[in-house]
Write a protein that binds this ligand. Structure first.
Ligand code: MOS
Length: 754
C-alpha cells in the first residue's frame, strides 16, 4: 500500500496532538499479548461450556437424551429447554436496545426450532475438550416441518417494515417518477442482487463469567460492541440488578456489527453461571459464528431516466431484503439514492420478507453498502447509455442540497473527492470503450463508485480524574472494536488539558464507567469524542479555579476562555509570560486529585436544519485474465470527506479495512444457503472466501477534510463505514470496462464472467 504515514518522533510531541498520526495507544498491549480478550480472563476454577446447534431448519425437538452425556465423568450439566429455570417470559424482556420489531429469539425457551444451527443445548464440563466431546454425543430427535430459506419464493409476501430506532422508512415519493421515466430521453432498468454475507472478525465470540459467590457482583467478560446493552438485556431476562452485574469488554478482535446486539453466547454463559453458581467460560467456534446474524440477501430494482444532456429526470430504487420469521429486521437501503444525486422525480421503496433463518444483523455500513452498490453500478450503466464519462455524469448530476428533505448539507466536499481522487488515479487517461485498455494479455478496466453515509451522534457521558502526579485518566463505557477509540480519545483529552499523551490514559469497556452508546454506526468519534471534550473542559475550569487560589496568581482575573492549556502549563492567551504549570497548581491545592464529569448530546435544534453525511469517491483498476477468468484489483484510490480527521493513521486504517472489505464484497463474499437443507453450507473460513494479503495491491487513501461545526463541536463525521462504500460498485464497473460484461449480482465470480 503505497501511501506512507510519518511515524511520530520518539521525542515528546508537545500537546498539540489532535489531527496527528499518533500510533495506537493500545498497540503495545496488543503486540505484547497483555491485552485481555473475553475468553482470556483467567478466573479461578473455571468450567467450560460448549453449545449444541440444531441440525434441522424448522420443527421441534421431540426427544433429547442427556443421560449418556451426564454419565461422562467431568460433565457438570446439560442445559436444555426441558430443565430451564423460570426466566422472564415477555418478549420485551429479551428486546435489547436495538432489537428490530418482533419477538426476539429466546434460547431454550421451547422445543421449537426456528432456524438451522439454532443453539438447542449447552453442555458444561470441567474442560473445554470434554464439553466439546460430550456435546458431540448428545442425541436429539427432531420432528421436521416444512420451511423456506429461498427469499425469491416469498418475495411476493414482502411488506414495508415499520419504523424503529434503527430503521427510517424512505421518504415518500416526490415529483412524478413514472411519468418522467416514460418521457426520458435515455432510460436504464436493471435488477441487482447481493447474497447473505457473514461477519468474520478474527476473535471468536466468547464470554467468561466470574462467579464470586451468592450476593456478590457477577462479572461478565463478554465480547460485545455495547456493554450497557448486554447488561440491560441480562438484567431483564435473569431479573438481576444493575448493581449486581458488571459487563466488561476491554479489547475486541473486530466486531463489524455482529456484536451490536447481545448474542446468545452471553445468555448461555450467564445462565450456566447463575444456575450452577460457578465461573463459566463459553467460546464459539468459527462455524457457530455463522449462526447468529448476517448481512441480509437483497434484490433491488433500479430505474433511471435522463434528459438528452444526461441530467437525471427520474430515479426509482426499490429493494426487497430477507428477514427472519420472528423479527422484522430492516436496513436503510434506499434513502441515500435520493440524497446523492440531483433528481426531482424520485420513488424509493424498501420491503422485507421472512424466511426460516436467524434474524439478519447490521454488518459494516449496513443498508448503505447494499443500496449504494446497486445504485452506483446503475449510474455507471446510465453514463454509458448517455455516452458520458462516468465521472462527468456524476458531476453533471451532483446534488448541492439534500432533495429528500430540501435541507442544505452541513458540509459536502464530494466534488473535491472526485477531483483529487481522479487526479491521483490518473482517470483522465482512461479510454471509455470497454475492452480498450490492455496490459500484455490482460484486459485492464478502470471503474469508479461513490459512497455516502449518515452522520450521527448519540448522548454520551464521561469522567476525568487528574491526579496530583499530573496523570490524567478519562473514562467512558464505550468500546474500541479495533477502530482506534482508545487512541483518538487519548489525543482529545491530551489536547484539551494540554498534557502530553504519555500522561493520559483513556479507559473504556465497563458498565461501571459513565454511560456510553453501543460502538457502531460510525458515531463513536463524534459521540464519545464530544463527551471527552466537554468533560476535559469542565476539568480545565476546575484546575483554573485552583490556579486562581494560588498566592499572587499569575492568571488572576482570567476566565477559561482567556487561557490555554498547552505543554503542561496554563497560560494567558494575550501574554504567554503569565503562566503556571498544572503540576504546581495541583501541588499547591493539596488535593490528591481533581475530578470532573461531563457529557454531550447532539444539538438537535441546530442539526435538524441540515442534512449530515460523509462521502467518498473510489477509483479502481482491475486486470482480468480472460483465459482464466481471474480478476485482480491492482490499484484503488479511495478519497474520503468525513469532516475533521482526528488521527490520519488510525482513520486511514479504517479506510484501508473498508476498501479491502469492499473488494471482498465485489469478488468473493457469499454465504451459500442450501435451500433443500435450509443451512448455510460454507460456514467456515476454508469456503467462505475473503481477500487475503495476496489479493490486495495498492490502496491509496486521501482525506479531503471538511470544516463542519453543525455535526458536533469537534467537526468529526466518523470513518468506520464510509471507506467501504463505493468500492464494490467501482470494482464491478471496472470489470465491465475491462471485459464488456456487466455483472449485477455480487460477487463477480469467474462463472459469471466466462
Ligand atoms: Mo457497525 S455495522 O454499526 O458495527
Amino acid at each position: 500500500m503505497s501511501q506512507t504515514i510519518a511515524t511520530p518522533p520518539t521525542v515528546r510531541l508537545g500537546t498539540d496532538v489532535v489531527g496527528r498520526p499518533i500510533n495506537r495507544t493500545d498497540g503495545p498491549a496488543k503486540v505484547s499479548g497483555s491485552a485481555t480478550y473475553a475468553a482470556e480472563y483467567n478466573v479461578p476454577d473455571l468450567w467450560y461450556g460448549y453449545l449444541v446447534n440444531s441440525t434441522i431448519t424448522k420443527g421441534k425437538i421431540v426427544k433429547i437424551d442427556v443421560e449418556p452425556v451426564l454419565a461422562l465423568p467431568g460433565v457438570r450439566h446439560v442445559f436444555t429447554h426441558e430443565n430451564m429455570p423460570p426466566l422472564a417470559k415477555p418478549n420485551h424482556s429479551y428486546q435489547d436496545e436495538i432489537a428490530p420489531n418482533g419477538s426476539p429469539f429466546r434460547p431454550l425457551h421451547s422445543p421449537e426450532i426456528l432456524f438451522n444451527m439454532q443453539p438447542v443445548a449447552l453442555v458444561i464440563a470441567k474442560t473445554f475438550e470434554l464439553a466439546r466431546y460430550a456435546a458431540s454425543i448428545l442425541h436429539i430427535e427432531y420432528e421436521v416441518a416444512d420451511f423456506t430459506t429461498d427469499m425469491k419464493q416469498v418475495r411476493h409476501r414482502a411488506f414495508e417494515p415499520e419504523a424503529n430506532d434503527s430503521y427510517v422508512p424512505p421518504p415518500k415519493p416526490y415529483g412524478h417518477a413514472e411519468q418522467a421515466f416514460a418521457a426520458a430521453a435515455y432510460q436504464h432498468t436493471g435488477e441487482y442482487a447481493q447474497p447473505a454475507q457473514h461477519h468474520n472478525p478474527m476473535e471468536m465470540y466468547a464470554t467468561t463469567v466470574e462467579w464470586l459467590g451468592e450476593g456478590k457482583k457477577l462479572k461478565i467478560y463478554d465480547k460485545t460492541q455495547g456493554v450497557f446493552n448486554v447488561q440491560e438485556y441480562l438484567c431483564g431476562i435473569f431479573k438481576l440488578a444493575k448493581d449486581d452485574t458488571q459487563v466488561i469488554t476491554k479489547y475486541m478482535g473486530g466486531g463489524f456489527g455482529s456484536g451490536l446486539r447481545p448474542q446468545y453466547h452471553v445468555f448461555f454463559a450467564t445462565l450456566a453461571a447463575l444456575e450452577l453458581q460457578h465461573s463459566i467460560r463459553l467460546t464459539l467456534t468459527r462455524s457457530q459464528m455463522f449462526s447468529f446474524g448476517h448481512r441480509p440477501a437483497t434484490i433491488q430494482d433500479l430505474k433511471l431516466g435522463t434528459d438528452e444532456w444526461g441530467h437525471l429526470t427520474s430515479l426509482q430504487h426499490s429493494a426487497v431484503a430477507e428477514t427472519s420469521r420472528f423479527e422484522e429486521y430492516a436496513e436503510n437501503v434506499v434513502p441515500t439514492s435520493g440524497v446523492l444525486y440531483n433528481c426531482d422525480n424520485v420513488r424509493l421503496e424498501h420491503r422485507i420478507t421472512g424466511i426460516d433463518v436467524n434474524t439478519p444483523s447490521a454488518m459494516r455500513a449496513p443498508g448503505a453498502v447494499t443500496g449504494e452498490f446497486a445504485l452506483e453500478i446503475a449510474i455507471d450503466e446510465m453514463a454509458y447509455t448517455v455516452g458520458l464519462d462516468p465521472l462527468e455524469f456524476r458531476l453533471l448530476n451532483y446534488s448541492e442540497t439534500d432533495k429528500t428533505t430540501n435541507k442544505p448539507f452541513s458540509s459536502k466536499r464530494l466534488h473535491d473527492c472526485y477531483r483529487e481522487g481522479a487526479a491521483r488515479f490518473g482517470w483522465g487517461a482512461r479510454t471509455p470503450e470497454p475492452r480498450s485498455m490492455r496490459d500484455g494479455n490482460l484486459l485492464v478496466g478502470w471503474g469508479m463508485g461513490t459512497g455516502i453515509y449518515d452522520v450521527k451522534q448519540k448522548p454520551t457521558k464521561a469522567k476525568a480524574v487528574l491526579a496530583a502526579n499530573g496523570h490524567l485518566t478519562v473514562s467512558s463505557g464505550s468500546n474500541d472494536i479495533g477502530t482506534g477509540t482508545y487512541t483518538i480519545m487519548t489525543q482529545l483529552a491530551a489536547q484539551a488539558m494540554g498534557l502530553p499523551i504519555e500522561d493520559v490514559t483513556f479507559v473504556l469497556g465497563d458498565t461501571t464507567l459513565p454511560q456510553s452508546p453501543i460502538q457502531g454506526g460510525s458515531w463513536t468519534a463524534a459521540s464519545v469524542g464530544s463527551a471527552v471534550q466537554d468533560t476535559c473542559q469542565a476539568l480545565g475550569k476546575k484546575v483554573l479555579q485552583l490556579a486562581q487560589q494560588l498566592e499572587n496568581p499569575p492568571l488572576a482575573g482570567l476566565s477559561y476562555e482567556d487561557v490555554q492549556f498547552v505543554n503542561g502549563v496554563i497560560r494567558a492567551n494575550q501574554d504567554s509570560s503569565r503562566q503556571v504549570t498544572i503540576r504546581d497548581v495541583l501541588a499547591a491545592s493539596g488535593e490528591s486529585a481533581v475530578e470532573a464529569e461531563g457529557g454531550a448530546k447532539p444539538d438537535t435544534a441546530k442539526q435538524s436544519k441540515y442534512s449530515m453525511h460523509s462521502h467518498n469517491a473510489v477509483f479502481v483498476e482491475v486486470k482480468v485474465d480472460e483465459d482464466l477468468g481471474t480478476i485482480h484489483v491492482t490499484r484503488v484510490v479511495n478519497a474520503v470527506a468525513a469532516g475533521r480527521i482526528l488521527n490520519p493513521k488510525t482513520a486511514r486504517s479504517q479506510v484501508l479495512g473498508g476498501t479491502v472489505w469492499g473488494i471482498g464484497m465485489a469478488l468473493m463474499e457469499e454465504t451459500y444457503l442450501d435451500n433443500n437443507f435450509g443451512r448455510f453450507m460454507n460456514h467456515n473460513l476454508g469456503e467462505y472466501h475473503m481477500p487475503v494479503n495476496a489479493d490486495i495491491h495498492t490502496i491509496d487513501v486521501i482525506f479531503v477534510e471538511e470544516q463542519d461545526d453543525i455535526v458536533n463541536p469537534l467537526g468529526v463525521k466518523g470513518v468506520g463505514e464510509i471507506g467501504m462504500l463505493g468500492v464494490a460498485a467501482a470494482v464491478a464497473n471496472a470489470v465491465y470496462h475491462a471485459t464488456g460484461k456487466r455483472v449485477r449480482d455480487l460477487p463477480v465470480t469467474i462463472d459469471k464472467l466466462l
